[in-house]
Ligand binder design. Structure first.
Ligand code: FE2
Length: 201
């Protein structure tokens, strides 16, 4: 797997190709994933950090919606980084149904069918779950309470029919990792309260 330095370099290049808040969000996901993984003996925190840094690397290709997952997957497969490639797809789907994506389906039929069957058939492990969790608690400025980030996404993408089910699924991930860590994850992440008090609009 890529070293931390190589992952950070990829993120930096991605940010030069397509500047945006996704770069700081990715750094936040990486750091939060590492801090949580540090508390769980079965997880490699360096691997979690690299996966967090690169989960949105598809955004290097431009401002896209669901295509950012497929672009990231293809880019990482070309680098022979199969585990990170998988995370590029799974991080947006705590529910294993492609239709539960917040955003536009800016992919063609063939790409949608590939993504649909990949997600439906994937056997999620704790790395998939950890990055899904961290994506849902990481603003560009750092960790915040999940409810805050869910509203942040809803303000940008609206609230489709599956919203409540997806929120429940994310909230379930928080409970799952609280148990694995033996503490409330917010207690081990920096500046959660400060970030949670900031206005989103
Ligand atoms: Fe993300």
């Amino acid at each position: 797997m890529l070293s931390l330095q190589e992952a950070e370099r990829e993120l930096q290049i991605g940010g030069e190709l397509n500047p945006g808040s996704w770069v700081e969000h990715s750094r936040s996901v990486g750091l939060n994933a590492k801090l949580i993984a540090d508390k769980i003996s079965t997880l490699d925190s360096r691997k979690a950090y690299v996966m967090g840094l690169l989960h949105d690397i598809g955004r290097r290709e431009g401002v896209k919606s669901i295509m950012h997952t497929i672009d990231g997957y293809n880019y990482m497969i070309n680098l022979k980084e199969k585990d990170v490639a998988r995370i590029c797809l799974t991080h947006s789907f705590p529910i294993q149904d492609v239709e539960t994506f917040f955003g536009k389906f800016d992919c063609n039929d063939e790409q949608k069918s590939f993504l649909s069957s990949f997600i439906k058939n994937a056997l999620y492990d704790d790395y998939d779950r950890l990055i899904q969790l961290c994506d849902a608690i990481s603003l560009p400025s750092g960790a915040c309470i999940m409810e805050k980030r869910l509203i942040d996404v809803a303000l940008r993408h609206g609230v489709p029919d599956f919203t409540v089910d997806k929120w429940k699924s994310f909230l379930g991930l928080k409970n799952y990792f609280d148990k694995l860590c033996g503490c409330d994850i917010y207690s081990i992440l920096p500046n959660v309260m400060e970030n949670s008090y900031k206005s989103l609009i």
